[in-house]
Design a protein around this ligand. Sequence first.
Ligand code: FES
Length: 137
Amino acid sequence: MARHVIAPVDELPPGTRKFLEIDGRPIAVFNIKGEYFGLLNRCPHQGASLCEGPLIGLAQSKKPGEIEYTKLGEIIRCPWHGWEFDVRTGQSYCDPRRFRVKAYPAHVEPGTSVVKGPYVAETIPVRIESDYVVVEL
Ligand code: FES
């Protein structure tokens, strides 16, 4: 699995997403409360740009009259017909066995690990002697 640099951390604060194309695939990378997740930006229903939909939560009920609202801001709702997927896993809540969005692992790496280097210019020792600056070659 090839690594791709998406953006400096400052450009993707919590609650934001970034769209890009990697190797011909439309990808969206989300920052959910400081954690990063990648999803294929293509809805498995009819191919909408899935990740342009709103981030919502998940309403669940264990019994009539009780509704629990969880995963706030972690569920993406397709802008075309409203199918919902977990941004963390790509799991569908419409039909988890048949539909899933490809999820890609995303994380933060220090700049030193993604940029080749360190770049060091050739240095030449310099010292001051009386009133003269002397360079040593
Ligand atoms: S295209 Fe996404 S729900 Fe229909």
